[in-house]
Design a protein around this ligand. Structure first.
Ligand code: ATP
Ligand code: MG
Ligand code: MG
Ligand code: MG
Length: 479
C-alpha cells in the first residue's frame, strides 16, 4: 500500500481504537522527579506505576504514540545514530497496552492483523521471536505465544530467542515477562534467496530489522531473585514508527522516508550538496536531521541545554550535530535552528508542544550554536598555534582539543591533513581509553530501565564531574 507517515500513524491509532483502546497523549520526553530515569525511553514509562501496582489504570486498554529518547543509561543509541539507518535519538514508539485485560492471544492476533491486513506487509518477509526459556530462572519456553503464532505464520519463521532479546524486566525487582518481537527482512529478492533471513534476525543487519516488541508481563521478580506470578497480567507493546514507515514505503533507510526527507532536502540545498552521493556528507545530514528532533523536543518539554545531568546530555547532542555540520558540510554559521519551523509544522496535530514553543526553541538552539561555534573557533586557533611549532599532532594534544573544545577526532585529522601533518592516533586512543575507564567506574545508576527501590532505600544524587568533557561522570550513592 502507499501511505504517508501521517496516514500510517493514524491507521495505527484507529486500529486500536476500534479494538476498544483509549487513545492517550504522549508523555513529555523529559522525565522530572525520577532520579533513576532522565528521559522517556519507552512507551510504557508513563504507565510504570500501574505495572508496579502503585496506581490504578483509568482505562483497561490504551494506545498512543510516545516520543522517546535513547541517549543515556541502558538504552543509549547515540553513537549509532547517523551511521546506521534505523536507530534514532528521538523516535516515536507506537504502543498498545492491556492493564490486566487481554493477554497474549489478542496482542499477537491484532499485531499480525495490523501488519498484514492493514499495512499489507509481505508475510514472507516477517519473522517472529519467542522466548526459549531459561534454566537458571527455571523459566519454561513461552509455549502459549508459540502456539498463537503457529496459527498465523509458517513455523520456520518462528525463531526462539534468549533472555537478552526475549525476556523483559523493569529492573532488579518488579514486573517482568517473556516477549515476542517482530522483525522484517527488507533485503532484495536475490539476496533473500541466497541467504536465509532467519540467520540475520537480531544480528545488526541493516536490512533485517526489528520493528515491534510485544511484552507479556506475567511475573514479579522478588528481592531474592525468585519469580512469582503476577495476579493481573499485562501487555506492553512498542513499535518503532520510523522503521514501520520505512518498511511500508519500501525504502532502504528510515532517512529515505517522508519523515526525514523534507528536513534532509532542506539541509542539502542550503549546504549545496546532494544526499546519496557521498557517505560522509550523508552521515552529517542524517545526524543533523535526527538530532534537531531530540534537541527541539527536549527544550519544548522543559529541558534546556546546560552543564549538568540531563541538560548536559542535550548540550552534547546539539554539539555533535554542530560538529558534523561544521566539519563535513562546511556550515560554519549557526544553522540547526533553521530546521525548527520545519519540524514544528511536521508534528502539528501529533505533538503540538513544538509549534506552541517554536520561537523559544529556535532562540535557545541559536544561542547554543553561537556559543559552541565560538569555542570551535578558539580551538582552531589553538590548533594553528600548535601546528606552527610541531611536526606531528601528539595524541595528548588531540585529546585536549577533543575534551576541552569538543573537537571530534575527524576534525583534528582534517585540520592536520590540510597542513600535511600526522595525528598520533594511538596516543589519542590511549588518552580516550583512560578517560573512559575512569568514567565507567563512576557510573552506577540508569543502567537498567529503572532501579526499583526497596522499602526505605532511596537513591541520592551526589554530584557530577567532567562537565566540559564528552563523558559525564555521575555518582550515585545508595542510602
Ligand atoms: P534494537 O534491537 O533495534 O536496538 P530494541 O530491542 O532496543 O531495538 P525495544 O526496546 O524493544 O527496542 O523497543 C521497541 C521498538 O522501538 C523496537 O522494536 C524498534 O522498532 C523501536 N526502536 C528501539 N530503539 C530505537 C531507536 N533508537 N530508534 C528508532 N526506533 C527504535
Ligand atoms: Mg536497542
Ligand atoms: Mg532488539
Ligand atoms: Mg526489542
Amino acid at each position: 500500500v502507499s501511505m504517508t507517515s501521517r496516514e500510517i500513524r493514524e491507521a495505527f491509532l484507529a486500529f486500536f481504537e476500534d479494538k476498544g483502546h483509549q487513545i492517550v497523549p504522549s508523555a513529555p520526553v523529559v522525565v522530572k522527579n525520577d532520579p533513576t530515569l532522565m528521559f522517556t525511553n519507552a512507551g510504557m514509562n508513563q504507565f510504570k506505576d500501574i505495572f508496579l501496582g502503585d496506581a490504578r489504570a483509568t482505562y483497561p486498554r490504551v494506545a498512543d504514540t510516545q516520543r522517546c529518547l535513547r541517549v543515556s543509561g541502558k538504552h543509549n543509541d547515540l553513537e549509532e545514530v547517523g551511521i546506521d539507518t534505523y536507530h534514532h535519538t528521538l523516535f516515536e514508539m507506537l504502543g498498545n497496552w492491556s492493564f490486566g485485560d487481554y493477554f497474549k492471544k489478542e496482542a499477537i492476533a491484532w499485531g499480525w492483523e495490523l501488519l498484514t491486513e492493514v499495512y499489507k506487509l509481505d508475510k514472507d518477509r516477517l519473522y517472529v521471536t519467542v522466548f526459549e526459556g531459561d534454566d537458571v530462572d527455571g523459566l519454561p519456553k513461552d509455549e502459549e505465544a508459540y502456539g498463537f503464532w503457529k496459527g498465523l505464520i509458517a513455523e520456520e519463521r518462528i525463531l526462539l530467542g534468549n533472555k537478552k532479546d526475549n525476556f523483559w524486566e523493569m529492573g532488579d525487582t518488579g514486573p517482568c515477562g517473556p516477549c515476542s518481537e517482530i522483525h522484517v527482512d527488507c533485503r532484495p529478492d536475490a539476496e533473500r534467496n541466497a541467504v536465509d533471513g532467519s540467520m540475520l534476525v537480531n544480528a545488526d543487519h541493516p536490512q533485517v530489522i526489528e520493528i515491534w516488541n510485544l511484552v507479556f508481563m506475567q511475573f514479579n521478580r522478588q528481592k531474592d531473585g525468585s519469580l512469582k506470578p503476577l495476579p493481573a497480567k499485562h501487555v506492553d507493546t512498542g513499535m518503532g514508527f520510523e522503521r514501520l514507515v520505512r518498511v511500508i514505503q519500501g525504502k532502504a533507510s528510515n532517512y529515505d522516508t517522508d519523515v526525514f526527507q523534507p528536513i534532509i532536502g532542506f539541509i542539502a540545498e542550503k549546504a549545496g550538496v546532494r544526499y546519496g552521493h557521498d557517505e560522509q556528507t550523508d552521515i552529517a545530514m542524517r545526524v543533523m536531521a535526527d538530532h534537531i528532533r531530540a534537541i527541539s523536543f527536549a527544550i519544548a518539554d522543559g529541558q534546556l541545554p546546560s552543564n549538568n545531568k540531563a541538560g548536559y546530555v542535550i548540550r552534547r547532542i546539539l554539539r555533535r550535530a554542530v560538529r558534523y555540520a561544521y566539519t563535513f558540510l562546511q556550515l560554519k554559521e549557526p544553522f540547526l535552528h533553521k530546521l525548527v519551523p520545519l519540524l514544528a509544522e511536521q508534528f502539528k496535530g501529533v505533538f503540538n508542544e513544538l509549534i506552541a514553543q517554536q520561537d523559544f526553541v529556535q532562540k535557545v538552539v541559536l544561542e547554543e550554536e553561537q556559543s559552541f561555534l565560538r569555542t570551535l573557533v578558539t580551538g582552531v586557533q589553538r590548533f594553528e598555534a600548535y601546528a606552527a611549532e610541531h611536526q606531528t599532532i601528539a595524541g595528548e594534544f588531540a585529546f585536549e582539543l577533543y575534551d576541552t573544545f569538543g573537537f571530534p577526532i575527524d576534525l583534528t585529522e582534517l585540520l592536520a591533513k590540510e597542513k600535511t601533518l600526522n595525528v598520533d592516533m594511538v596516543g589519542f586512543q590511549q588518552a580516550l581509553e583512560t578517560q573512559k575507564s575512569r568514567s565507567r567506574a563512576a557510573t552506577a545508576v540508569d543502567t537498567d530501565d529503572w532501579v526499583v527501590l526497596q522499602g526505605t532505600e532511596t537513591v541520592d544524587f551526589v554530584g557530577y564531574d567532567g562537565l566540559e568533557s564528552e563523558t559525564e561522570i555521575i555518582k550515585y550513592r545508595k542510602v
